[in-house]
Design a protein around this ligand. Structure first.
Ligand code: C2E
Ligand code: MG
Ligand code: MG
Length: 950
C-alpha cells in the first residue's frame, strides 16, 4: 500500500480521499488490468468493509445477476481515455444485504497518478426501492382503473374528454374511443348542467366545489344514471396533463336518498300536521300532557291540562268511547282507535279520531298515549258522500255510470231493480245498446253518442226496454260525458226518469182534448187532423177516401120530448152502433150535436162507401131502449169522395162541406136517405163560394139597397108600416132577392154588417119621410132580424146608436123575428127580447104558424105583433080549410093583446076574407110590391084599400 501511496499521491488521490469523505460517496480506482488499487476510507461507512477487505473482495461483491451489466460497463469505460459509463448494480454489504449502487466510471488509465478507472459509487438503494414501489402501485392503479366500474376521465382545459377508462363501457355503454373529443358536459342532464359546469369551472380555477357534484349522466342507451364526480387538477402532471375526473355511479344511493328525503318530508308533514296532537293521559283519564300543539280542538293547552279526557266528548259518543278507553287502560300495551265528536273551543262539534295506546309499562312514557286528529272535514266529506250515495241509491230515477268504452261501472238500486240484479251481484258485461228497443238504437248511435262526445251532454225522451219483455218504458234522459282536466272522457253518466205516468196522463189529456166526452168518439179537432193525414196518404198512394156526413133525423124532437139526459144516452148508444158497424181502420167522429162523420180510407171503389152508408143506416134501424123508453132514429147521410185525379186543391174542409151539402140533399129527399156529392152539387156549392166572396165585395161597394113594402091598416085603408126588405143590386146578375144571399150571409156572419146597414138605411128613410110629411099620420118601419143578429150581444147598443143618430122614436120601429128563430132557443129568446124591449121598440113574430111554437111560450114572449105566414093566407078564399087556421091565429093574437098582420095578400078575395076575420093589417102584392125608397112617398097617406073596414 506504500507504493500506491507513494505512486499517485500527488494530489489526485488526496482529492479522491476528500471526495470519499462526502456522505454517501465511495470511490475506487481499478487498474487497466482490473485490479482494484484504491478505495476511499468511506467504504467502511458505506458497505462495512475495511479498505483492505474491500480491495481484496470487490469482484465477488457484485450481485451475480448484475455481473454481466458490470462487465459491459467495464468494457464501455475501457473504450478509450476519458470514456465514461454509468451502471447501477447491487453490492453486498458486509452485513450480507444487497445495496443498490450507482457507479459512474471514468477512464483515467492514462492519468500518471491514478493509472486506472475511477469509479464513484453512490448508494441508490432508497431510490430503487421507491421506484419499485411506484411501479407496483402504478400497476395496481392501472388495473384498478381498468377493472373499475367507476369512470375515470381526463378532460382538457376546453372540457373535452381526452381519455376514458374502460369503465366507460361497463357503466355507460360507450367505448372509450367514442367519448374522446366530446365535451364532458354533453353527457350531463340538462337540469344538472348548471351545477356540473359551475363545479368544473371552480375546480379548474383551483377552488374546491362548494357542493358535491352529483349529477345525472346520459348512458349510451339514453337512460340516465346518477354519478358523483370528484376531480383533481393534474394539468401540470407530466403524465396526465389534464383534469382528472372520477365518476362513480350513485343512482341507487341517490334514489334511496330521494326516497328517504321524500319519506322524511312526508313524515315531517305528518308530524307537523296541525290536526295531529299527542296527548298523554294518566291512568284515571286526566290529560297530563299535550305534545306539539298549543291548541287542542280550539282550546289552549293550558286550559285542557288536568281535565278529564272525555270532558268535551259528545254525550252520544261518550258511552262507546268510555268503554274503549276502559279496555285500553286495563291492559298495558293495548291500542284502540276510535272516532267521536268533541265540542271545540268555538262551540261547535268537531270529529276527532284518536289512536289510544296503553304505554304505562313504558318507563319513559308511563301513561296512556293518544294520537288525536281532527277529522271533521274528512268525516263531513264522507257524510256528504254518503248522503250523495244514499240519494243516488234512493232516487227513483235510474242512475248509471260507464267507462268511456261503455262498460258499466255503477248502477243505483233503481237501475239494478230494473235489470233484475241483486244488490251485491256484479254488474253484467253487456252491450249498452241492448238496454234500448231496436228502434231507439239508431238514435243512440247517431244522435246521443255524437252529442255526448261533441257537446258533453244530451237530454231528451227515450224509450228503454223492460228486460225480459217486449215492453218499453218512456224515460226522460239526462246523459253527461265527464272529462278529466286534460279533456279526456273519464266516464259517462246517465240519469233516466221513468215518465210512464206522465205519458199516460198526457195521453189522457190528449184523449180528452181530441175526443167527445159523451160518446168517447174522436171530436171535430181530431177528425180534421185525421182527415188531413188521410188526404196526404191518399195523394201519396193514389187511393180513394170518402167522408160520410151523418145527421140524425128529428133528433131535436126526441131531445125536446124526452129530455136532454135521454138524448145524451141515445147519442152514446148510436156512437156504439156506428163503431160496431165500421172497420177498425175507419174513423167515426162526433162532429156536432146530432152530427157524425165517418172517414173511410183506401176504398176500392165508390160503391164501397155507399155500402158503408147502408150498413150504418141498417145498424140504426133497430129500436133503442133507453131508460125503459123505446126509441127509433133514422139518419141522413151525405157522401163526398177524395180523388187524387180530381181537384188538387181539395182540403179536408171542402171535403166536409161537400159531404154536408150532400147530407142536406139527402134530407131534402126525405128521411133515412143517402146522397152523394156530385157535379150538380159541386157547381151549386161553387156558386155559393162565389157568392160569399161577392157579398163581401157588395158590402164594400155598397151594392145593397133596401126596398120597402107597405103594410096597410085594414081599418083606415092607409099605410101604417113599411117593411124593409134587402136587395142586392148585383153588377152582373141584376137585383137579387134575399133568398139568394141571406142564408150565406147568415152562415158567414156577414149578416151582422148587412143587418146593421138595413136598419140604418130604414131609419134614415123614415126620418126623411117624417121630415117631408110632418102632417101625415106617423108610419112605422119594420125590419127583419136574423137569428145570428139576435145572438149578437152588440145589437141593443147598435140599435140605440142608430135611433140616436137618425132621431127615430123607438115606437116607430118594429123588429121582425121569425117564429123558428124564436123557438130555436126559447130561454135565450126570452132574454134577448127582454133586452130589446127595454129600448121600447115593437117586436113582431114573423112567418107565424111555421115554427111549431106553443101557446104557452108565445104568451111569455114580450111581442106586439103576429105576422101570419103567407102559406096560410094563400089558401084563403078557396075551398081548403086554411081559413080556420088564419082565423085561429088572428083570435090567438087578439087574445094575447097582439096585432095580427097577414102576409102575402095577393088577391082581393084574400083581403076581403082577412077583413071579415078581423085581421088588423095586411101586406102583399095585391096592395103593393116592395118598392124602392124613392117611390115610397107615392104611397104615403094614400087610401090603399077600397072598402076599409068600418
Ligand atoms: P119576410 O120577412 O116574410 O118578407 C116577406 C117576403 O114576402 C118578402 O120577400 C116579400 O117580397 C114577399 N112577399 C110580399 N108580398 C107577397 C105576395 O103577395 N106574394 C109572394 N109570393 N111574396 C110576397 P123577400 O123580399 O124576398 O124576402 C124574403 C125574406 O127574406 C123575408 O121574409 C125575410 O125573412 C128575409 N129578409 C128580407 N130582407 C131582410 C133583411 O133585411 N134582413 C133579414 N134578416 N132578413 C130579410
Ligand atoms: Mg118580415
Ligand atoms: Mg114573413
Amino acid at each position: 500500500m506504500e507504493a500506491r501511496r507513494a505512486g499517485p499521491m500527488d494530489g489526485a488521490l488526496e482529492l479522491l480521499e476528500l471526495l470519499g469523505h462526502l456522505p454517501g460517496h465511495l470511490l475506487t480506482v481499478i487498474s487497466a488490468e482490473g485490479q482494484p488499487t484504491y478505495v476511499t476510507p468511506s467504504v467502511a461507512e458505506s458497505l462495512g468493509y475495511t479498505p483492505e477487505e474491500f480491495l481484496e473482495q470487490l469482484p465477488t461483491l457484485v450481485h451475480p445477476e448484475d455481473l454481466e451489466q458490470s462487465r459491459a460497463a467495464w468494457r464501455g469505460v475501457m473504450a478509450g481515455p476519458d470514456a465514461r459509463v454509468a451502471v447501477t448494480v447491487r453490492l453486498r454489504h458486509a452485513d450480507g444485504s444487497w445495496r443498490w449502487v450507482e457507479a459512474v466510471g471514468v477512464n483515467a488509465v492514462d492519468h500518471p497518478a491514478l493509472g486506472g478507472v475511477v469509479w464513484n459509487y453512490r448508494d441508490v438503494s432508497e431510490n430503487v426501492r421507491a421506484a419499485a414501489t411506484l411501479a407496483a402501485s402504478e400497476r395496481r392503479f392501472r388495473t384498478m382503473l381498468e377493472q373499475s366500474y367507476d369512470l375515470f376521465l381526463i378532460v382538457g382545459g376546453d372540457l373535452t374528454i381526452q381519455w376514458a377508462n374502460p369503465g366507460t363501457t361497463t357503466t355507460m355503454g360507450y367505448e372509450p374511443d367514442e367519448v374522446t373529443g366530446v365535451n364532458v358536459l354533453d353527457f350531463v342532464h340538462p337540469d344538472d348542467h348548471e351545477l356540473a359546469a359551475r363545479n368544473l369551472l371552480a375546480a379548474l380555477a383551483g377552488t374546491p366545489p362548494p357542493e358535491p357534484t352529483v349529477v345525472r349522466a346520459r348512458r349510451r342507451d339514453g337512460s340516465w344514471i346518477w354519478v358523483d364526480v370528484v376531480g383533481a387538477d393534474l394539468r401540470d402532471h407530466e403524465m396526465v396533463g389534464g383534469f382528472a375526473l372520477c365518476l362513480r355511479e350513485v343512482t341507487h344511493r341517490q334514489e334511496a336518498e330521494l326516497r328517504v328525503r321524500r319519506s322524511e318530508e312526508r313524515f315531517r308533514a305528518l308530524v307537523q300536521n296541525a290536526a295531529d296532537s299527542i296527548v298523554v293521559l294518566a291512568s284515571d283519564g286526566t290529560i297530563e300532557y299535550v305534545g306539539g300543539e298549543r291548541q287542542l280542538f280550539g282550546r289552549a293547552v293550558d286550559e285542557v291540562l288536568g281535565h278529564d279526557s272525555v270532558e268535551w266528548v259528545h254525550p252520544d259518543d261518550l258511552p262507546r268511547l268510555a268503554g274503549e278507553l276502559g279496555e285500553v287502560v286495563s291492559m298495558p300495551g293495548a291500542s284502540r282507535q276510535s272516532t267521536f265528536r268533541v265540542l271545540s273551543g268555538e262551540g261547535r262539534w268537531r270529529w276527532a279520531e284518536a289512536t289510544v295506546t296503553n304505554m304505562t309499562d313504558n318507563a319513559a312514557v308511563g301513561g296512556i298515549v293518544a294520537n288525536v286528529r281532527d277529522v271533521t272535514e274528512r268525516i263531513e266529506a264522507e257524510q256528504d258522500a254518503q248522503r250523495l250515495i244514499q240519494l243516488f241509491e234512493a232516487t227513483e230515477d235510474h242512475v248509471g255510470i260507464t267507462d268511456p268504452d261503455g262498460r258499466l261501472l255503477l248502477l243505483n238500486a233503481t237501475a239494478r231493480r230494473h235489470l233484475g240484479l241483486d244488490p251485491d251481484q256484479p254488474l253484467p258485461e253487456v252491450d249498452l245498446r241492448s238496454f234500448f228497443p231496436p228502434w231507439e238504437r239508431h238514435r243512440v248511435d247517431h244522435e246521443l253518442i255524437p252529442a255526448l262526445i261533441e257537446r258533453g251532454s244530451w237530454s231528451g225522451e227515450l224509450e228503454i226496454a223492460r228486460p225480459g219483455t217486449d215492453e218499453t218504458i218512456p224515460v226522460l234522459a239526462q246523459l253527461l260525458a265527464h272529462r278529466d282536466p286534460e279533456g279526456r272522457i273519464e266516464y259517462f253518466s246517465a240519469v233516466l226518469r221513468d215518465i210512464s205516468e206522465r205519458k199516460a196522463f198526457e195521453a189522457r189529456l190528449e184523449h180528452a182534448a181530441t175526443h167527445d166526452p159523451l160518446t168517447g168518439l174522436p171530436n171535430r179537432t181530431l177528425l180534421l187532423d185525421r182527415l188531413t193525414m188521410a188526404l196526404a196518404r191518399a195523394r201519396r198512394h193514389h187511393t180513394l177516401a170518402a167522408v160520410l156526413f151523418l145527421d140524425l133525423d128529428h133528433f131535436k124532437v126526441i131531445n125536446d120530448s124526452h129530455g136532454h139526459s135521454l138524448g145524451d144516452q141515445l147519442l152514446a148508444a148510436i156512437a156504439q152502433r156506428l163503431t160496431a158497424a165500421l172497420r177498425p181502420d175507419d174513423t167515426v167522429a162526433r162532429f156536432g150535436g146530432d152530427e157524425f162523420v165517418v172517414l173511410c180510407e183506401e176504398l176500392r171503389n165508390e160503391t164501397q162507401a155507399l155500402v158503408v152508408a147502408q150498413r150504418i143506416l141498417k145498424a140504426l134501424e133497430g129500436v133503442f131502449e133507453i131508460g125503459g123508453t123505446e126509441i127509433f132514429v133514422g139518419a141522413s147521410i151525405g157522401i163526398s169522395y177524395f180523388r187524387v185525379d180530381g181537384d188538387g186543391e181539395t182540403t179536408s174542409e171542402t171535403l166536409l162541406r161537400e159531404a154536408d151539402a150532400a147530407m142536406y140533399r139527402a134530407k131534402d129527399r126525405g128521411r133515412a136517405q143517402i146522397a152523394v156529392f156530385d157535379e150538380t152539387l159541386r157547381s151549386r156549392n161553387l156558386r155559393r163560394l162565389d157568392t160569399e166572396t161577392a157579398l163581401r165585395r157588395a158590402l164594400e161597394r155598397d151594392e145593397l139597397e133596401v126596398h120597402f113594402q107597405p103594410i096597410v091598416d085594414l081599418a083606415s085603408g092607409r099605410v101604417r108600416e113599411l117593411e124593409a126588405l134587402v136587395r142586392w143590386n148585383h153588377p152582373d146578375r141584376g137585383l137579387l132577392l134575399p133568398a139568394e144571399f141571406i142564408p150565406i150571409a147568415e152562415e158567414t156572419g156577414l149578416i151582422i154588417p148587412i143587418g146593421a146597414r138595413v136598419l140604418e138605411a130604414a131609419c134614415e128613410e123614415l126620418a126623411r119621410w117624417e121630415h117631408a110629411f110632418p102632417d101625415l099620420q106617423p108610419v112605422n118601419i119594420s125590419v127583419n132580424l136574423s137569428g145570428r143578429q139576435l145572438g149578437d150581444p152588440g145589437l141593443p147598443d147598435q140599435l140605440a146608436g142608430i135611433m140616436a143618430r137618425t132621431g127615430v122614436q123607438p115606437e116607430r120601429i118594429v123588429l121582425e123575428i121569425t117564429e123558428s128563430v124564436l123557438m130555436d132557443d126559447v130561454e135565450f129568446s126570452h132574454q134577448t127580447l127582454a133586452r130589446l124591449k127595454t129600448l121600447r121598440v115593437r117586436l113582431a113574430v114573423d112567418d107565424f104558424g111555421t115554427g111549431y111554437s106553443s101557446l104557452s111560450y108565445l104568451r111569455t114572449f114580450p111581442v106586439d105583433v103576429l105576422k101570419v105566414d103567407r102559406s096560410f093566407v094563400a089558401g084563403l078564399g078557396t075551398e081548403g080549410g086554411d081559413e080556420a087556421i088564419v082565423a085561429a091565429i088572428i083570435r090567438l093574437a087578439h087574445t094575447l093583446g097582439l096585432e095580427a098582420v097577414a102576409e102575402g095578400v095577393e088577391t082581393a078575395a084574400q083581403l076581403e076574407r082577412l077583413q071579415v076575420l078581423g085581421c088588423d093589417l095586411a101586406q102583399g102584392y095585391h096592395l103593393s110590391r116592395p118598392i124602392p125608397a124613392g117611390e115610397v112617398t107615392s104611397v104615403l097617406g094614400r087610401i090603399m084599400v077600397t072598402e076599409p073596414r068600418r
